[in-house]
Design a protein around this ligand. Structure first.
Ligand code: NAD
Ligand code: UDP
Length: 320
């Protein structure tokens, strides 16, 4: 997508971790961005370099409530939702509302503007998967009434609604299933495993491994994800596509890697495994490779080094 024809984007969840990187990316490429956020987990600070930019506008709004947008829109990217397990567990109803009502409103805006719509879905729609790696044809293994159900089912409903708008209203709708993504602008207190381990290692606190640490995850650097998103919205794909980095490893291996990269003397302590914590997670990215020619490029070591620098500066700015 070149900067020759300026496009207009609405990005919900603009002040969050991924949303703010998307705002940066599309502004840098010459487009206009209208960001929407209610700051439940995001922060204006993530957008401080954009706030006074002439092609960027931020409005405080809860997308679970209707929103009228007058200016022309070409793309609606729906990223609003608590995403870290501690966040969605402490805001269960808000999470269900933004996945259902919020997605409904964002789709309604896309329909009215004849804009391309993108839903930020998640690998959590696969639940605690019985097959690995997970490809898009797997229907998942989700406990709808367990604590994580508020997030998983909200996203599953959001996917169903998105495809209903595609089929019934012909909205050019896309769905990405994002696997664990990390990078700069995750909060120190975000609660997800990479920010937890990095913050703990830098502060000389014990690294908290949940369960025996043998459960696996696969981690994608945020800039790789943004490039994948750009490809999806310019593609003809109207069915879910996995975006992630298939570098599967155990949580204990991740803890050791963070200790090595930080040179920290912190110990590892074991804490109870949260209920319904998936045992394995690894994306099959064959569809993204074939149809988008997308593959993540940044190694975990490199991505973690960049993230470490960000966390170091966050910690030192908190001290002063
Ligand atoms: P985040 O918590 O940093 O960002 C979410 C943003 O949405 C925040 O700024 C928050 O204030 C905003 N928000 C939440 N509810 C809202 C509402 N009702 N109205 C307006 N704004 C609202 O999380 P993130 O990691 O950047 O995740 C962004 C999106 O990507 C989420 O939809 C999440 O489900 C999805 N996702 C992320 C990952 C990941 O690994 N980071 C993985 C899978 C899916
Ligand atoms: N985890 C951990 N210690 C932490 C935070 C998380 O061992 O301090 C584990 C968690 O139980 C899960 C994995 O790391 O198995 C990834 O957790 P995260 O919250 O990052 O995301 P999830 O993939 O569960 O949504």
């Amino acid at each position: 997508m070149g900067a020759k024809r300026k496009k207009s984007f609405l990005i919900t969840g603009a002040a969050g971790f991924i949303g703010s990187h998307l705002c940066d990316h599309f502004i840098r490429a010459g487009h206009r961005v209208l960001g929407v956020d209610n700051f439940i987990t995001g922060s204006r600070k993530n957008l401080r370099d954009l706030i006074s930019h002439p092609r960027f506008k931020l409005i405080r709004h809860d997308i679970s409530k209707p929103l009228e947008v007058r200016e022309r829109l070409d793309f609606v990217l729906h990223f609003a939702s608590p995403a870290s397990p501690p966040d969605y567990l402490s805001h269960p109803i808000q999470t269900l509302k933004v996945g259902s009502l919020g997605t409904h409103h964002a789709l309604g805006i896309a329909k009215k503007h004849k804009a391309v719509f993108l839903l930020a879905s998640t690998s959590e729609v696969y639940g605690d998967p019985l097959v690995s790696p997970q490809n898009e044809s797997y229907w998942g293994h989700v406990n709808p009434v367990g604590p994580r159900g508020v997030y998983d089912e909200a996203k599953r409903f959001a996917e169903a609604l998105t495809l209903a708008y595609y089929r019934e209203h012909r909205v050019d709708a896309k769905i990405i299933r994002i696997f664990n993504t990390y990078g700069e602008r995750m909060r120190l207190e975000d609660g997800r495993v990479i920010p937890n381990f990095i913050a703990q290692a830098l502060l000389g606190k014990p690294l908290t491994v949940y369960g025996d640490g043998r459960q696996t995850r696969s981690y994608c650097y945020v800039k790789d994800l943004v490039l994948g998103i750009e490809k999806v919205i310019s593609s003809g794909l109207n069915r879910p596509v996995n975006l992630g980095n298939p570098n599967e490893m155990t949580v204990l291996e991740l803890a050791r890697l963070v200790l090595r990269l930080t040179g920290s003397k912190s110990r590892v302590v074991f804490k109870p495994l949260p209920e319904d914590d998936p045992k394995r997670r690894c994306p099959d990215i064959g569809l993204a490779k074939r149809s988008l020619r997308w593959t993540p490029k940044v190694s975990l070591k490199e991505g973690l080094k960049r993230t470490l620098l960000y966390f170091k500066s966050e910690i030192s700015s908190k001290k002063h």
